[in-house]
Design a binder for this molecule. Structure first.
Ligand code: ADP
Length: 488
């Protein structure tokens, strides 16, 4: 991968533990591959329980001094990290495209998004104010301070290899916590480049650690990160199934947890919507990262009066998408992350077609072969189909039809998930009313793009616990301490 970078020093061959690059492990090495070609990009040491314990020990040792730094000092280091991410944005974007597959333009946008969390929490570091509460008794003072929770662990997914790390690490470090990150096995190179930049930014040894772990060792490393008493908090982004495992494992130690889990986002188009805007929003929301985002629209619920027109225009948009290697100019759709992802998309499509759904475009593996799947539009989807009940995580727009507002809300909420939802209408009263009735943590109103650093990102129901980003995002890394001071 290094030959694609302006600064080859950002392409690392080992994990970053306690301020040292660990290039060898007892279990050999594992390969990182380019999902567009299947070609190996790098090989990294396969670390397990022992190295996870070493990283926790390093983070624990570093916590003692990091928490004692002034907020201004931590803010300044984070600010430098942000600036270095900006200077090296092109290299970070290339690493993301190489190991994750998304088109370079999207990778560049992810780097800006990832860096925005570091900038934001550098600013928020200095605003972790306490309180003085009017006391109930004479001679007393009631004070509330906010302290870092301690060592925090992060387990992150492959689909946003940079942003899913900075969204956790920046508030953690700003609050005075130290962190051990276990990135997804598919995308460790971006995580290691971030570690190198954190080091260059003067973030001290042990404050930010990155493990390199093969999928087979993820459970053992996950057990250390959820069960070691020195780790006080686990923050996870990934599937609901794994989130539940981690919550169970952390329960014995009453570990604090933030969970950003799966979604099954409805995208509702009412008959009074601006249809062109709805189609543009649908394209952006559904096909970004080839449909591999937890807030990607999973079900398009379209009013019967505009259904056919919506499907026709969406189909035209989808047919115009250019597929290819993400580093190629003009490519808008990359591959899926691995063969299992392709198999899941194919199975969902086959299940829908078997139950009578209609394919308007796509519906097959793409002629490019490998992990490329044709961007697809399917109508006639019903609540019984896997496209409607499960997160497809691929380039398939599944369209259902509805007749009234109550039906739309009932369909939208008919899922154990509750991450994002999207609404298109010109009627402000309806938008307000429906937004209030939707069981989701986030609502896009006349837009398909909702992610930014200033707003609280997170879900309800089985989509998660806690919020990331915004002024609330640092709360998950702070604990209140109440001081009752008497005799004054
Ligand atoms: P996805 O379907 O997006 O790959 P996963 O939930 O499987 O989602 O993976 C997200 C992250 O969780 C990855 O870093 C992966 O290695 C990690 N992971 C998977 N299984 C476990 C486990 N049993 N314990 C800890 N981490 C795990």
């Amino acid at each position: 991968a290094a030959r694609h970078l302006q600064d080859p020093g950002l392409c690392k061959a080992g994990a970053w533990i306690g301020g040292r690059w660990v290039e060898h492990g007892p279990l050999g090495r594992f390969k990182v591959v380019d999902p567009a070609t299947g070609e190996p990009l790098a090989s990294l040491p396969r670390l397990g329980e022992a190295e996870a314990l070493a990283a926790v020990a390093a983070a624990h040792a570093a916590f003692a001094s990091w928490r004692e730094q002034t907020a201004g000092h931590r803010a300044e280091r984070l600010r430098r990290w942000f600036e270095l991410m900006t200077v090296h944005a092109e290299d970070l974007a290339r690493l993301i495209t190489l190991e994750e597959g998304k088109p370079l333009a999207e990778a560049r946008a992810e780097v800006r998004y990832a860096a925005s969390f570091v900038q934001w929490f550098a600013e928020e570091a200095r605003r972790t104010y306490g309180e003085i509460v009017p006391a109930p008794a004479a001679g007393q003072r009631i004070l509330v301070t906010r302290e870092p929770v301690g060592v925090a662990a992060a387990i992150t997914p492959w689909n946003f290899p940079a942003a899913m790390i900075t969204r956790k690490a920046a508030p953690a470090l700003a609050a005075g916590c130290t962190m051990v990150v276990k990135p997804a096995e598919q995308t460790p190179l971006t995580a290691l480049a971030l570690a190198e930049l954190a080091h260059r930014a003067g973030i001290p040894p042990g404050v930010f650690n990155v493990l390199t772990t093969h999928a087979d060792e993820a459970p053992a490393v996950g057990r250390v990160l959820t069960q070691d008493p020195r780790v006080r908090k686990i923050s996870f982004t990934g599937s609901t199934a794994v989130g539940k495992i981690l919550l169970r494992q952390g329960a014995d130690g009453v570990k604090k947890a933030s969970m950003e889990l799966g979604g099954n986002a409805p995208f509702i188009v009412f008959d009074d919507a601006d249809l062109d805007a709805a189609v543009a929003g649908a394209m952006a929301c559904k096909f970004r990262n080839t449909g591999q985002a937890c807030i990607s629209a999973n079900r398009f619920l379209v009013h019967e009066r505009v259904h056919d027109a919506f499907v026709e225009r969406l189909t035209a948009g989808v047919q115009a998408l250019k597929l290819g290697h993400g580093l190629e100019e003009g490519v808008q759709q990359g591959p899926l992350i691995d063969d299992d992802a392709v198999a899941k998309v194919a199975a969902h499509v086959a299940d829908a077609v078997g139950q009578g759904a209609r394919v308007h475009t796509g519906g097959r593996p793409h002629a490019l072969g490998g992990r490329f799947y044709e961007p697809t539009v399917i109508s006639g989807v019903t609540p019984a189909m896997r496209l409607a009940t499960e997160e497809t995580f691929g380039p398939v727009a599944a369209v259902m039809r509805f007749a009234g507002e109550d039906e739309a809300v009932a369909l939208a909420n008919d899922t154990p998930y509750g991450l994002a939802a999207y609404l298109y209408s010109r009627d402000a009263a309806r938008l307000w009313r429906v937004s209030a009735r939707l069981e989701s943590g986030m609502v896009g109103i006349n837009t398909g793009l909702i992610s930014n650093e200033v707003a609280p990102f997170g879900g309800v129901k089985e989509s998660g616990l806690g919020r990331e980003g915004s002024r609330h995002g640092i709360e998950d890394y702070l604990e209140m301490k109440y001081l009752c001071w008497d005799g004054l």
